[in-house]
Write a protein that binds this ligand. Structure first.
Ligand code: NAP
Length: 471
């Protein structure tokens, strides 16, 4: 039985590694997901067959409960995937925190002697780490999910007050201090109360950590919380002597950390800036000097412009996701390519609200991968492009990122839409995007606005290429 357990752990770990590797590419991503599911099933079965597990009813109950929560969660629309992911992390963190609490009290409680080995300082240290990271991930992820879901009683904007960082770090420092005390004095009469105090402070810290962060910055924070949940699983693995948990937690923790780093780099932000920068606060307008006028184009005029061009680069952004306009985009792509026009999609690494957001939406609409071009490859082609069609993108095409040091997006690489011969931009209003700053691209001499919901505008545009309009 022991050997089967060990072999299954190796198999599950290998499957988790392949799952991550395959998920690197849209072509193999489905295989990656299947490998992850199989790996997790193997891990659950390998744990279940251990001789120590005698109350099988509890295991069955837990699995049924998992399905009851997981199935509705899997049905959420794609735009809600970031908050769905945050909820998964919340459950992971809660599980780690509860297991940590239970283990501590089994070791030190009235059933002392249940475990043959004593609670070593290493184990109690790991328990403290597990409980702090697990519980802060739980409340932090719930807050993050709530902000993204725009839950009414959770403020979307960053909530800041003087001395906030001192309070936050103070709460964490007290929890860590209590943890050190518990490790150094395991038999002290106050140790159990102190351990409960650590759990309570971690729960409070999770909330405090998230309130100063703007709703739109949550995806990065969620991936940092993913890293915390992974690390708490590693600590749990040490407590429970489970190599599988240690390796799976390490993979989870490191992939979360790497993803956060990639996202921060793509936005030209530092970790500290994401966590303490209160990004998303209203920014002062940046258009200096005389205010230029916005020029509007009709759908008929835009269709003619597109029809007369040889090359069109479509730049999708968060607005395409909000409008769920990807299928209309596909219809426009078909209408244009049928007329011999070369159509490419410029993909910015942080367009939308989660990594790969645009790729997933465009793939859902069956737009060929070959038409999707990464930012670095498309930019040299922009000056020769006849029409840049911006669909609900804003920050990722804002030229201020190149030179305006006063803006939060300064230094972020952008798609050079402004260099195209003509720019058509679809958005609903003159409101700014995620970073809260004006975008001079929209008032540039060669830019024409198509105001309205992306799906509605594209639908009208596609109609122009149909029976009644351009042939
Ligand atoms: P953006 O800067 O948020 O701009 C989106 C634009 O879409 C808005 O200006 C909005 O204007 C328009 N819009 C919204 N709903 C629309 C609808 N139904 N129809 C038409 N237009 C609509 O988005 P982005 O250019 O994609 O840039 C992404 C931003 O998110 C970057 O600043 C990035 O750093 C940040 N971010 C990304 C990630 C990631 O992983 N992708 C993670 C965290 C943060 P109207 O309101 O006027 O319509």
């Amino acid at each position: 039985m022991h050997l089967i357990g060990e072999l299954s752990a190796v198999l599950a770990t290998a499957l988790f590694i392949f799952a991550l590797y395959w998920m690197n590419d849209p072509k193999t991503a489905r295989r990656g997901v299947i490998a992850g599911i199989v790996g997790m099933t193997v891990a659950v079965l390998a744990t279940w067959i251990q001789p120590e597990i005698i109350h099988h009813g509890w295991v069955v109950g837990a699995i049924v409960l998992g399905f009851a929560v997981g199935i509705p969660l899997s049905r959420v629309p794609l735009t809600a995937v970031p908050q769905r992911t945050a909820l998964s992390h919340a459950f992971g963190g809660l599980a780690a925190g509860l297991v940590g609490l239970a283990e501590y009290f089994l070791w030190t409680g009235p059933r002392l002697g249940l475990y043959p080995e004593p609670l070593t300082p290493f184990r109690s240290g790991a328990l403290v780490v597990e409980v702090i990271l697990g519980f802060l991930t739980f409340t932090g992820s719930l807050m993050a999910a709530g902000k993204l879901q725009e839950v009414r009683w959770i403020p979307q904007r960053p909530v800041t007050y003087p001395g906030q960082n001192v309070v936050n770090i103070g709460v964490l420092a007290i929890a860590v201090g209590l943890g050190v005390a518990v490790v150094l004095h395991p038999g002290a009469p106050w140790a159990q109360q102190a351990f409960l105090g650590i759990a309570a402070l971690a729960l409070i810290f999770g909330v405090l950590l998230i309130i100063p962060i703007g709703g739109a910055d949550m995806p990065t924070v969620i991936s940092i919380l993913n890293a915390y949940a992974g690390l708490s699983a590693v600590a749990m693995g040490f407590v429970l002597d489970s190599k599988l948990l240690v390796t799976a937690g390490a993979l989870d923790g490191s992939s979360g950390l790497i993803l956060s780093i990639i996202m921060c780099r793509a936005m030209n932000r530092s970790f500290t800036n994401v966590l303490f920068g209160a990004f998303g606060k209203a920014q002062p307008a940046i258009v200096a000097g005389e205010q230029k006028a916005w020029k509007q184009e009709t759908v008929e005029g835009a269709a003619q412009l597109l029809e007369q061009s040889r090359t069109v680069v479509i730049i999708p952004g968060y607005g395409m996701a909000v409008a769920q306009a990807q299928h209309k985009v596909r219809e426009l792509f078909d209408a244009l390519t049928k007329r011999g026009i070369i159509v490419k999609f410029a993909i910015h690494p942080v367009a939308g609200r989660m990594p790969g957001h645009m790729n997933v939406l465009l793939a859902e609409a069956n737009i060929p991968y070959s038409a999707l071009v990464e930012m670095d490859e498309i930019n040299p082609e922009m000056p020769q492009t006849d029409v840049a069609l911006v669909i609900g993108a804003n920050d990722v095409v804002n030229p201020a990122a190149r030179y305006n040091k006063g803006t939060p997006i300064y230094g972020m690489p952008i798609i050079d839409a402004d260099k195209a011969k003509t720019v058509l931009a679809i958005k609903r209003s003159k409101n700014p995007g995620f970073a809260g700053i004006d975008n001079e691209l929209y008032v540039q001499d060669n830019t024409w606005m198509l105001f309205g919901d992306a799906k509605a505008v594209l639908s009208d545009l596609v109609k122009q290429f149909g029976s009644g309009g351009i042939h």
